[in-house]
Write a protein that binds this ligand. Structure first.
Ligand SMILES: O=C(O)CCC(=O)Nc1cc2ccccc2cn1
Ligand SMILES: [Mn+2]
Length: 246
């Protein structure tokens, strides 16, 4: 039935996600970062990109907020990206919804697979809405920061890039990740149809270098059930909500 035994795990050739999940588990466990290219394929990637461009043209993106001290460096910084939060079930966003479902499937299945290393340390069953971000390209950037420095529950950051013919030498906008415990950096170009996963906590400080062309990305943050529950309980006693959008 299309299954083969290999290294004591069953490769079920009928499950397209199986290979990808093994790859995500291996890279996240080894590097804490995982890059998957040609994630949707050109045609479906273009459909998602067109929906995002249509949303941007419709003006529903907000101006990037002032984020005071995103990385605990004491520096006041102004995020110059434009963002909007969405469920993926909005009208005229069917392909964005399908992308979100695919990323959900991979994260949930990878979290449930046997021998899934550090992926197994978490219980992942909820996430934030999708944050669609656009760097307008007039040198807009995002200073070095950690997504979840103070245990707000987010364990995995998942980013899908939509930027056609992106050349970092001309357009900038490089995502540079500074994995904890090594002086090596990961330079990730925000190229079209690229899917990126990385641990959201202090293991992965990162920055977006100034962008000189419009730079689009869709980000999802997945919650670890236990850490999220603890964060909500803690904030309930202190009366304010954890930082990330619900
Ligand atoms: O576009 C990229 O390559 C990554 C950009 C990025 O780090 N965005 C980002 C956006 C955020 C929005 C709200 C709270 C925390 C946030 C942390 N990071
Ligand atoms: Mn970030």
């Amino acid at each position: 039935k299309g299954t083969a035994v290999m290294n004591n795990c069953y490769l079920d050739n009928n499950d397209p996600y199986h290979e990808i999940c093994l790859r995500v588990i291996r890279d996240m466990t080894t590097y804490g970062v995982c890059v998957l290219d040609n994630f949707l394929g050109r045609d479906r990637g273009l459909l998602v990109r067109n929906e995002v461009l249509e949303m941007y043209r419709s003006g529903i993106f907000t101006a990037g907020q002032l984020v005071s001290d995103p990385g605990g460096t004491g520096a006041q910084s102004i995020r110059s990206d434009r963002i909007t939060w969405m469920t993926g079930r909005e009208p005229h966003c069917h392909n964005i919804g399908t992308l979100i479902n695919q990323v959900d499937s991979i994260v949930i299945r990878a979290n449930k697979m046997p021998d899934n290393g550090r992926m197994g340390d978490y219980i992942i069953n909820t996430r934030t809405k999708a944050m669609v971000a656009c760097y307008p390209g007039s040198g807009s950037n995002y200073v070095k920061h950690v997504d979840n420095p103070n245990k707000d529950g987010r364990c995995i950051t998942a980013i899908y890039y939509l930027n056609l013919d992106w050349d970092v030498r001309r357009c900038g906008g490089l995502l540079r990740v500074f994995p904890e415990g090594t002086d090596k950096v990961a330079n990730i170009e925000p190229i079209f149809d690229r899917m990126l996963f990385f641990w959201s906590d202090r293991r992965n400080p990162h920055e977006v270098q100034p962008a000189f062309d419009t730079r689009y990305a869709i980000t999802l943050w997945y919650f670890d059930a236990q850490e999220r529950e603890e964060a909500i309980r803690l904030y309930q006693t202190r009366g304010s909500q954890p930082s990330s959008s619900k």
